[in-house]
Design a protein around this ligand. Sequence first.
Ligand code: HEC
Ligand code: CU
Length: 271
Amino acid sequence: MRLRPKIKFGIAAVGTVAAGALLAQATVGPKDVALPADYQQWQMYQQVNRHDTKQYRELYAKPEVVKAVREGKPVPNGAVLVMAINAAQTDAEGKPLRDAKGNFIKGKPIGVTVMEKRAGWGNAVPAAWRNGDWQYASYRPDGTPNEKANAGIKACFDCHLPHAKQDFVISLASLSGTALAAAQRPAGPGTVAIAEFLFGPEKITVKAGQTVTWTNIDDSPHQVTVLAETVQRTPVILKGQSTALQFEHAGTYGYICGLHPGMKGEIVVTK
Ligand code: HEC
Ligand SMILES: [Cu+2]
């Protein structure tokens, strides 16, 4: 007896939800990009130490997706890539701690981002920022949608857009297994390596007239923006590429990466 009204109510509620879902279905968006419950059982194909944000990140894909890409095939339709973001554990001075392998150590979970590729999904995206057939979504550590991030989902498309040549997957070199385990680290005077989102060394001294050369070791592109009276900007450099600037006048020059302003370096030019 008591059950009846409940059942009726239940049916009405289901009806309302279905109508709403139908309306929302008109455009594909973050709501369609689910957080896979079992992604931690997938293949972790890369771990990223982000010095600029002091974050520890893990990148996951299904083994069959990794396999297809390692066989030289394009990232298949239906592929889902998951990035779990944690704060890096730091010491008393705020410097990230490292494990025996030299990796950052996972701290407090910050969130999980997901990208998913399905045939036709890109049709819902304005041409100016379309990322092929990819769609993006952001989740909180507890697995609920991060509505704030999802409301500004264009930011995901914008930042991945320059990577069109690699199907918008910034970590494609790792996914495909073509990342050079030890990309050539430059050595010698006037050379700076960019690795793990860190300029190394962060502070370098050169003589006036000397050239400073930066080489990117990371999968992610970087750039150098010198914050002097006249700001100097180098082009964006991809993995393995180098860029150089010459310093004519003595002084101390601070610089950042224009793509990741948390990355900072300094050049001291002596007479
Ligand atoms: C500021 C630039 C930037 C923005 C904004 C951004 N990403 Fe990324 N994303 C990256 C970089 C760089 C990587 C490579 C991993 C790393 O270095 O942290 C990456 C990697 C990923 C990956 C792993 C696959 C890959 O492409 O390498 C996923 C999934 C991802 N991002 C999802 C998202 C989602 C979802 C959003 C929006 C909520 C987003 N991203 C916004 C820069 C960005
Ligand atoms: Cu950078």
